[in-house]
Write a protein that binds this ligand. Structure first.
Ligand SMILES: [Zn+2]
Length: 254
């Protein structure tokens, strides 16, 4: 089964967009570069946007080779091979990305997420469900100092019982969340970075409201996020950037 997919991505408050959306005739993906806090060394001379670009290209090149876990594992290996000798891929803070991937396979819509990128499915009956990976927010005792963050990342990043990212560790593919559902029961799919899902956890929108914006297209959805951010009466209550990179792919199934 092929489908119609439309994507839109906007840079946030940072200087470069570290999100990436790619679509094919029967697959789509969104990547969101995971930035370490300022002042934390990562053992890599490449930027996060470079990692995201390489990972996207390698996922594209092998999107039909085996299961989606196989595709991700192989793409992470290929991305790791693109680094030069100046990079230490065993570094616990080696840069990576969150990922959301959808692929049609026969009568099934297959999906995979690692990190807090998200995939929303709207059923033909109008129900909306979300697949995402919030393990990074469920770790115990989050630190609030740079030194604490460094130790925390070393303990939990890409470690069993911790939070996984697509970067230099192929085992992340085995710890991704993945599944499939009959495509006949799906009307529309939204893949997005957490710059979009902040509409829910920051601004109180429900999943059906996100899908209602998505039905108008990915650009109106991103514009809804920017409008909510600009209307925020107290933007300083949030840690991080006022505007995050925001990326959406909207798939309409036939
Ligand atoms: Zn590197």
């Amino acid at each position: 089964m092929t489908f119609a997919a439309d994507s839109h991505s906007e840079t946030g408050s940072g200087e470069e967009n570290q999100d990436l959306a790619l679509t094919g005739p029967d697959w789509a993906l969104v990547l969101d570069g995971a930035n370490p806090p300022a002042g934390v060394d990562v053992g890599c001379v490449h930027g996060v946007a470079w990692i995201v670009g390489r990972l996207g290209a390698h996922l594209h090149d092998r999107i039909r080779e085996g299961s989606l876990r196989d595709v991700l594992r192989s793409a992470i290996r290929a991305t790791a091979a693109d680094h030069g000798p100046a990079c230490d891929l065993a570094h616990p803070r080696s840069p990576g990305a969150t990922a959301a991937v959808v692929r049609m396979n026969g009568d099934q819509a297959e999906w995979l997420v690692v990190g807090d990128a998200a995939i929303l499915f709207e059923s033909t009956g109008g129900d909306v469900t979300m697949e995402t990976d919030n393990r990074m927010y469920e770790l115990p005792d989050p630190p609030d100092t740079v030194e604490g963050i460094r130790a925390y990342i070393d303990r939990y990043r890409n470690k069993p019982g911790g939070a996984w990212f697509a970067g230099a560790v192929p085992e992340a593919a085995d710890h991704a969340y993945a599944g499939s559902r009959p495509a006949a029961g799906v009307r529309r799919i939204l893949l997005c970075s957490n710059g979009i899902t902040r509409l829910t956890y920051r601004f109180g929108y429900g999943l059906p409201e996100l899908m209602a914006f998505a039905a108008q297209g990915p650009k109106p959805l991103v514009q809804a996020v920017r409008a909510a951010e600009l209307d925020d009466p107290d933007p300083d209550r949030w840690s991080g950037k006022r505007h995050d990179d925001a990326t959406a792919v909207v798939i309409d199934l036939p």
